[in-house]
Design a binder for this molecule. Structure first.
Ligand code: NAP
Length: 438
């Protein structure tokens, strides 16, 4: 057996991910040593309750509630506690004591990333976070390293497994949102409080991390436009299917070139229609996928498990091996790149296609009035489908218009929808959805 140098590895957290990381570190110790060029010695695991039952068998003596002492003298600190505090304080302590750090904590990086990366820069430490964006899917390194010689134009990601699971079942089974959410909670795909997932907060954190890397720009969380999926209902799903689309919660990170050639970026999370032939449309269940469009490479798709203890542990261990190699041979980690710091534009300045569904009076001339309002609002119609809404006693006097638009400015579109709603001929704006993926 090669006599490798020993690196002291401290683990903070032994929950769904941490317990698997600890187990794999021990189980594959020899192989990992060969790959890393150093023996990764797990010196301790900080938790809240040392007596709590763990998912895997681990020696009792590794557990401690004293994270501070564990961090001191460690070469690599893996933070898998989650949340902001004390995770932030422990990471900073680890960095300042000379360790490289590995974290899967998207909430922390999306809110305190610059502080953590700056602290690491100051002492020459490195921060690795492959598991923070889409669980097991390697996407951080491809953006940071593999595509370093290219220019990313656009990223569209299904980066939240819970919402994809819900939308997929609504699409394939014709189920209602509330029923699928209840099922997802029972099966452990959704938390008891599902807000972070269904309102798009989790996806927004990941979008901020991906966009920061892809566009070399600090993207604060509050610059990410965010909408969740709670308003998506069965009629919207049915209408999407009828038109050849599927509804997905998408994280869209896009490079924009404004008049005069100035570049800016847009980062947004919302439910959108996507053509059924698009690769992202075939992402089912709780899976994640990230579709990257780069100037030279063209279209790339990264697909797999976006969560799960052992799956996420794979990404964490990859980072630990990278950190160990750096300890031996030097070099840089993932870190943060702010060299471009492009302006982040509000969603109102973004152009997309839309599908607008209206209920209108079924009278002659109404279609012409609607078309006129759209045209005045600089929203150009691509397709229109009209059906009569049936009522219990026959015809209701109401028609349903499904209008597909060409690309329009979001601000123009929302002003126009307001004008339509107030026009007197529109009974109800049923839905307005963006169409992505063109
Ligand atoms: P988890 O199951 O809730 O485990 C958290 C662990 O941290 C527990 O072992 C807990 O100790 C420990 N802990 C929490 N607060 C602590 C404190 N103040 N001091 C010491 N220990 C503390 O979390 P997880 O699901 O493994 O997630 C860990 C991180 O990975 C999070 O940042 C999460 O966002 C990220 N992540 C998770 C997944 C996933 O599929 N789960 C996927 C991608 C990324 P006790 O056990 O004693 O309570």
């Amino acid at each position: 057996m090669t006599d490798y140098r020993r690196l002291r590895v401290a683990l903070l957290g032994a929950g769904a991910v941490g317990s698997q990381v600890a187990s794999l570190l021990r189980q594959h110790a020899d192989e990992l040593a060969d790959r890393a060029g150093a023996r990764l010695e797990l010196v301790g695991i900080a938790v809240r309750d040392v007596d709590a039952k763990r998912d895997v068998d681990l020696p009792k003596e590794l557990f401690t509630t004293d994270a501070d002492s564990l961090i001191v003298g460690s070469d690599i600190v893996i933070e898998l506690m989650g949340g902001i505090e004390p995770a932030r304080a422990y990471l900073l302590q680890a960095i300042n004591s000379g360790a490289d750090v590995v974290t899967a904590n998207k909430a922390l990086l999306a809110t305190h990333g610059p502080e953590i990366f700056d602290a690491a820069d100051q002492v020459g430490a490195e921060v690795y976070y492959e598991a923070a964006a889409a669980g097991a899917i390697p996407i951080i390194r491809p953006l940071r390293d593999s595509l370093a010689g290219d220019r990313v134009q656009r990223i569209m990601g299904i980066v939240n497994g819970t919402t994809n699971y819900i939308l997929d079942r609504m699409d394939t089974e014709g189920a209602e949102f509330a029923d699928v959410l209840a099922d997802a909670q029972r099966l452990g795909y959704a938390e008891a409080d599902p807000t972070a997932d269904v309102e798009g907060y989790d996806a927004a954190q990941k979008a901020a991390i991906l966009a920061s890397l892809a566009f070399h720009t600090t993207v604060p969380l509050d610059a990410v436009h965010r909408e969740g999926i709670t308003a998506i209902d069965k009629p919207m799903m049915d209408a999407a299917r009828h038109a050849g689309y599927v509804i997905k919660l998408l994280a869209v990170c896009e490079r924009l070139t404004e008049e005069g050639g100035t570049e800016s970026i847009s980062v947004r999370v919302y439910p959108a229609l996507i053509d059924r032939a698009h690769p992202l449309a075939s992402v089912h269940g709780a899976n994640n996928a990230v579709f990257v469009q780069a100037e030279a490479a063209g279209n790339l798709m990264f697909y797999g498990a976006g969560a799960g203890g052992v799956q996420t542990a794979s990404a964490v261990l990859g980072d630990v091996v990278s950190a160990a190699r750096r300890h031996i041979a030097g070099g840089v980690g993932v870190g943060e790149s702010t060299l471009a710091n492009l302006q982040i534009v509000p969603v109102g300045r973004v152009t997309t296609r839309y599908q607008i569904t209206l209920e209108v009076d079924d009278q002659p001339g109404v279609l012409a009035t609607v078309a006129g309002i759209l045209s005045e609002g600089r929203v150009s119609i691509a397709t229109v489908e009209q059906t009569v809404v049936e009522s219990a006693d026959g015809e209701s006097g109401v028609a349903r218009l499904v209008i597909g638009t060409h690309k329009a400015l979001e601000q123009d579109l929302s002003d126009t929808v307001e004008r339509l709603a107030a026009s007197g001929v529109v009974e109800r704006v049923v839905s307005v959805l963006r169409v992505e993926g063109n």
